[in-house]
Design a protein around this ligand. Structure first.
Ligand code: ADP
Length: 501
């Protein structure tokens, strides 16, 4: 079976958040299971080309339609890990992907609509007819109506379409004139049956288009699948999702353990595994290798080295992530005699200013370090060198950071929402046997909620190191790889393929 993913991000070369990890991880797992997988992404000027091997031109002059004219594109092909990736490089005078950023340009809608149309044009002209085209989030959702309404009538009609909603917050609302430029000109696109936004009359909603036009759509955890069916979680699309519920599945994201793994992580100064974790109480002061990473992390960030737990967080700093709760957690951690490390970046100027002010306030603090960039290597060091990892999100479709933390023996402290509730089982309150628990959880997104989990975690770290170590190992043992989730996608792909014949 041949599957083509069309996406706006791909780890590690073009990454903003979890979408990049998911596209890479799922595709790699599919290839290991002997499926033929290709990926199409934009050729961003800011992507890390060191991560691409054997880059070459695949098509010199791919003509594609935009706003009443044909424009030339170069399509490049190269290898990322074991995956063949096509990169679309438009010669349109706006040079859509030469903006030194992945998102955040004023014309993001135009950029990704252009990309969506050109990606389908490429498959059509290059006569690549996969069994499945798998698209992701609003950025490539328009592929669905473009393919069904423009290309299927031309006889390009073999592929079935799967759409994954990674975050319903971002819907790609735009105008009919925007989709008109990619050839979706009929006024009926504004109707409720098609792309008309349910809550903003007169607007087109690209994410909705992906839902309506796909053959099957998924989201990134079973619990989030339930949440977005409700008026609280659906962000105005709950009615549409309910209407198409018979082609909807929640599939938990996985983690690529060939990349996120303390036994082989290329960014770590020492490697460790749960097999090397001393289980015996006598050994609790042993400087095991995770403790060595903690030491390196503290040295790197100029933190003192007392007997204190480190609470880490690696996150986009956006309201969804519970920005005020993160700030509260910094102060509470200090009151509890812990240390706090935050690695975060934000596209939102007011949050940026707020955290720079905070960084200034904690400059040279022996127990707090705030790093306000995107830094892959430091992220790995924080996952491995911290003792606990906090994710106080207001909502969280799946969340990858808590899953990565588990693998690195770093105990998650999370809010009970979305995929966090599917993956973290509170040591005191989940009702599960101890061996099946892996962290701490709180219900209400307020300061008391954070304290109710953070206080218990820090208390356990100080007072019951034996239990703590066992809790770390519980988490490290759990399998959140792509193995099972990829099988669920394969089932959907096969199902659709069988309907095609
Ligand atoms: P989201 O997709 O909402 O950002 P996820 O938890 O699904 O959240 O995925 C976040 C991914 O982005 C993880 O791989 C995390 O390590 C990474 N990440 C987030 N912020 C940073 C940062 N400042 N530096 C490095 N990696 C980051």
């Amino acid at each position: 079976m041949h599957i083509v993913h069309i996406a706006s991000e791909l780890a590690p070369l073009a990454k903003v958040g979890g979408l990049a990890d998911v596209v890479l991880g799922l595709c790699r797992e599919l290839t290991w299971k002997k499926y033929d997988v290709d990926i199409i992404i934009p050729k961003y000027d800011c992507m890390d080309s060191n991560e691409i091997r054997d880059m070459a031109v695949d098509v010199y002059d791919l003509q594609s339609y935009y706003n009443g004219q044909m424009y030339s594109n170069t399509v490049w092909v190269g290898w990322v890990e074991n995956l063949k990736v096509y990169f679309i490089d438009p010669h349109h005078p706006k040079y859509f992907f030469n903006r030194s950023c992945i998102y955040g340009a004023d014309d993001d809608i135009e950029r990704f609509l252009y990309f969506s149309r050109t990606a389908v044009e490429f498959l059509h002209k290059r006569a690549i007819q996969p069994d499945i085209i798998h698209i992701h989030d609003w950025q490539t959702a328009a592929v669905a109506p473009i393919y069904k309404d423009i290309y299927q009538p031309l006889g390009f009609n073999k592929p079935k379409l799967v759409f994954t909603v990674h975050n319903i917050e971002y819907q790609g609302r735009c105008q009919t004139s925007d989709i008109g430029r990619i050839g979706l000109t009929d006024p009926s696109y504004l109707s409720q049956e098609k792309l008309g936004d349910p809550t903003h009359p007169g607007d087109v909603n690209l994410l909705k288009g992906g839902i309506v036009y796909s053959d099957h759509f998924t989201t990134v955890s079973p619990n989030y699948a339930k949440e977005i069916l409700t008026s609280e979680g659906g962000r105005g699309l709950e009615g549409v999702i309910t209407q198409y519920q018979n082609k909807f599945t929640g599939i938990l994201n996985g983690i690529d353990y060939s990349y996120w793994n303390p036994e082989i992580d290329r960014y770590l100064p020492a490697h460790y595994s749960m097999r090397e974790m001393p289980m015996d109480k006598k050994d609790r002061n042993t400087l095991d290798k995770k403790a060595f990473v903690k030491k390196v992390l503290r040295e790197r960030l100029n933190l003192d080295e007392p007997h204190r737990p480190i609470v880490g967080i690696v996150t986009r700093l956006v309201p969804q992530k519970g920005v005020d709760l993160i700030k509260h957690a910094i102060y509470r951690t200090l009151e509890l005699n812990g240390q706090f490390i935050l690695l975060g970046s934000t596209p939102i100027p007011s949050i940026n200013a707020e955290f720079h002010e905070l960084k200034h306030r904690f400059a040279d603090h022996p127990h707090v370090s705030l790093i306000l960039h995107h830094q892959e290597e430091l992220a790995h060091l924080i996952y491995a060198g911290s003792d606990m990892f906090i994710v106080p999100s207001l909502f969280e479709p799946c969340g990858l950071t808590q899953l990565i933390a588990l693998k690195y023996g770093t105990v998650p402290i999370v809010r009970k929402t979305g995929g966090l509730a599917d993956t973290i089982f509170d040591v005191d309150f989940s009702g599960k046997p101890f061996e099946e628990t892996n962290g701490y959880m709180f219900d209400f997104p307020d300061d008391e909620g954070v304290d109710s989990a953070l206080d218990r975690a820090v208390k356990c770290w100080f007072e019951d190191p034996d239990k703590w170590r066992k809790l770390m190992i519980n988490g490290m043992k759990m399998d959140y790889s792509w193995n099972y989730p990829a099988d669920e996608f394969i089932k959907i792909y096969k199902d659709l393929k069988s309907k095609a014949t």
